[in-house]
Design a protein around this ligand. Structure first.
Ligand code: ADP
Ligand code: MG
Length: 238
């Protein structure tokens, strides 16, 4: 579970083709990073997978099933944004519970998942606080907690750390990597930060103007960049 396949997926806004037809398979359990300069289409690609944008053409499959026309809430994917989008008037507990309430998960099961997520994210002592009483890193953890309790097939992260200062960012990177190891769930992580890509990814997808320039492990991209764009972007010696 958690395999995501794009077949000839494209996206056009007006008459601008932001994503030309593209093929990509993300394997179950893989930590895949989409990396590329600002404006290259990373967020658009993630939103197409999430169903927050309609594809202009092509087919999206989740675990081999056509999901092209499946509404976002039914895709089994959980998205974490850089703006945490927490409800300021609700406690951390209620923020994390919110998607489960919407999905009709019973109260005892909600509590079980909240306790588990809070323990994993070091939020146990903060469950009764409001988001305004938390640090940026803690708020981002709450946003991740809200994704975890949905027990998704895959997590989609869109530059989740870019609002954090550099020191916090390093810690959160490690936490997300740990979470991936523990849950073994597919994660797609969008960033324009090469260091994040190189340190976190099983597989990196290098994007440029909506095209895939290269797909490979951090080591493959470093040692065998396909062209000077990839080499320059990844910082390899070629
Ligand atoms: P990235 O996340 O890599 O910075 P985006 O996916 O946000 O890039 O954007 C890719 C391109 O698509 C940009 O040129 C952007 O201006 C354009 N774009 C994104 N969303 C829209 C939209 N809703 N309408 C028109 N153009 C858009
Ligand atoms: Mg973006």
């Amino acid at each position: 579970m958690g395999q995501i396949t794009l077949e000839k997926v494209s996206k056009t806004f007006g008459d601008v083709e932001v994503i030309p037809p593209l093929d990509l398979t993300i394997e179950n359990g893989e930590f895949t990073v989409f990396v590329g300069p600002s404006g290259c289409g990373k967020s658009t690609l993630l939103r197409l997978i999430a169903g927050l944008e309609d594809m202009s053409s092509g087919t999206l499959k989740i675990d081999g099933q056509d999901a092209t026309h499946v509404p976002p809430a039914k895709r089994g994917l959980a998205m974490v944004f850089q703006s945490y989008a927490l409800y300021p008037h609700m406690s951390v507990r209620k923020n994390i519970a919110f998607p489960m309430r919407m999905a009709g998960v019973d109260k005892a099961e909600q509590d079980r998942r909240i306790e588990q997520a809070a323990a994993a994210l070091n939020l146990t002592d903060y469950l009764e606080r409001r988001p305004g009483q938390l640090s940026g890193g803690q708020r981002q953890r709450v946003a991740i907690g809200r994704a975890i309790v949905r027990e998704p097939e895959a997590f989609l992260f869109d530059e989740p750390l870019s609002n954090l200062d550099a020191a916090l960012r390093v810690g959160m990177r490690l936490e997300i990597s740990e979470l991936h190891k523990r849950l073994e769930t597919t994660m797609i992580y969008v960033t324009h930060d090469q260091v994040e890509a190189m340190t976190m990814a099983d597989k990196i997808v290098v994007l440029r103007a909506g095209h895939i320039e290269q797909v490979g492990s951090p080591l493959e991209l470093y040692h065998k960049p396909r062209n000077s764009f990839v080499a320059g972007f990844i910082g390899s010696p070629k």
